[in-house]
Design a protein around this ligand. Structure first.
Ligand SMILES: Cc1cc2nc3c(=O)[nH]c(=O)nc-3n(C[C@H](O)[C@H](O)[C@H](O)COP(=O)(O)O)c2cc1C
Length: 382
């Protein structure tokens, strides 16, 4: 690893470790023992993604950590499962996977589960950078505790990053729009920016050429058939598309009829209420997120890359829709490996295009209340 790396907004920065003074383990322990000046009370505002401290300003770090965790709740997740839980400590933020919300039939290995958590991790990193904090990110830091996916620690003040501030704005408007895209293709420069943002997170993103898109279309259609014929998968999908609470997919974000697309989107097994119009998304582009390994740590990075690419796409007015059916079915995932000439492991397919500007698009998908995903008990006064 070189001495420079990308910050969450994609700019090259000196690595965090190069900038901070080295502390001994004893010093860290002494710092941990220091009494905290005054108690912190945290007020939650889930929908604004805001957490306000009502204590002195020297609790700015703890407040920023809690706020970053709340903001990360806006991240995309497979079937809107939101399978993450954050723990706020006085100078550390921990991300844990919630296996209760794993799609055990659709995603038995947990690839999409961890990928979703990776998207939340990237959201939190960007939110911290927007508030002027830089963190050391330890991914899957404890071999004995594989549910602990990340620890953000060693936080230092570096000044608010304007690009990250812009991306936080994009988090508020980013959403999945499953309607056909418009006739105007995404420009090469936009595709390059999106690719650079994603690949800065340590995985690869390949824009597919025409022949590869046709191969993808065949594989996606096969995956659809396999999934629609599997009763366990159908039951699981029905569960996540028929809930009327803060997880899963409401009817308002699901197409009222199958959109005309080159590559079939997921068949959700039920009609929604989202009008799709007569358009055909011929101008859509498709890309494959992939990497050299097929391990939880690379799935986590793939999720960070998904978030980085999607937020950049949002900033550029580009609509992105993940397509994971082809990844979920082992035989079609193997076909996608063929598209990559066996050079890597596919993590996710992405559809890219310009959203129809004449329609506002689907509403935002609901999110869990902050209390359900952010544990502030270690920093709250009693
Ligand atoms: C790993 C992953 C896989 C996804 N797979 C699909 C998919 O196959 N089809 C689809 O329409 N949306 C897919 N999505 C989008 C989610 O359904 C969406 O992010 C979630 O419902 C939250 O909605 P939002 O993106 O509008 O905030 C996927 C998202 C993630 C993170």
């Amino acid at each position: 690893m070189g001495r420079a790396s990308h910050n969450p907004s994609g700019r090259m920065v000196r690595r965090r470790q190069d900038l901070r003074p080295v502390r001994s383990a004893g010093e860290y322990r002494r710092m941990d023992r220091q009494p905290r000046p005054g108690a912190l009370r945290v007020r939650h505002d889930v929908f604004e993604g805001r957490v306000e401290s009502m204590s002195q300003t020297d609790h700015a770090l703890t407040t920023a950590l809690a706020q970053a965790a709340a903001t990360a709740g806006r991240a995309p997740s497979v079937h809107n499962t939101q399978p993450w839980r954050w723990r706020v400590l006085p100078d550390t933020l921990e991300l844990r996977v919630v296996r209760d919300r794993q799609l055990t039939a659709t995603d038995p290995e947990g690839r999409l589960l961890i990928l979703s958590c990776g998207a939340a991790l990237h959201h939190a990193r960007v939110a911290l950078a927007a508030e002027g904090w830089q963190a050391v990110v330890e991914r899957i830091p404890d071999p004995g505790d594989e549910d602990l996916l990340a620890r953000l620690t060693g936080l230092t003040r570096v000044g608010a990053d304007p690009e990250a501030m812009h991306l936080v704005q994009c988090m508020r408007i980013r959403h999945t729009d499953r309607r056909p895209v418009g006739d105007e293709p995404v420009t090469d420069s936009a595709l390059t920016e999106i690719t650079e943002a994603a690949t800065a997170e340590g995985v690869r993103l390949q824009q597919l050429d025409r022949d590869q898109v046709l191969q993808l279309a065949t594989a996606a259609s096969q995956a659809d058939t396999v999934e629609s014929e599997d009763p366990q998968l159908r039951t699981e999908l029905a569960y996540w598309t028929s809930r009327a609470d803060d997880v899963g997919l409401p009817a308002a974000v699901l197409p009222e009829s199958p959109p005309q697309t080159t590559v079939p989107g997921r068949d959700f097994g039920r009609a929604g209420t989202l009008p799709v119009g007569p358009g055909h998304d011929q101008a859509a582009g498709y890309a494959l997120l992939y990497g050299d390994e097929d391990e939880p740590i690379t799935w986590l990075r793939a999720g960070e890359a998904l978030s980085a690419g999607w937020l950049t796409a949002t900033r550029l007015g580009v609509s992105m829709v993940p397509l994971s059916g082809v990844i979920e079915v082992p035989s079609t995932r193997a076909e996608l490996r063929g598209v990559l000439a066996g050079m890597g492991y596919p993590y996710l397919v992405l559809r890219l295009g310009r959203a129809d500007p004449t329609h506002a698009g689907p509403p935002h998908t609901p999110r869990l209340a902050m209390e359900q995903v952010v544990d502030t008990s270690a920093v709250r006064d009693t």
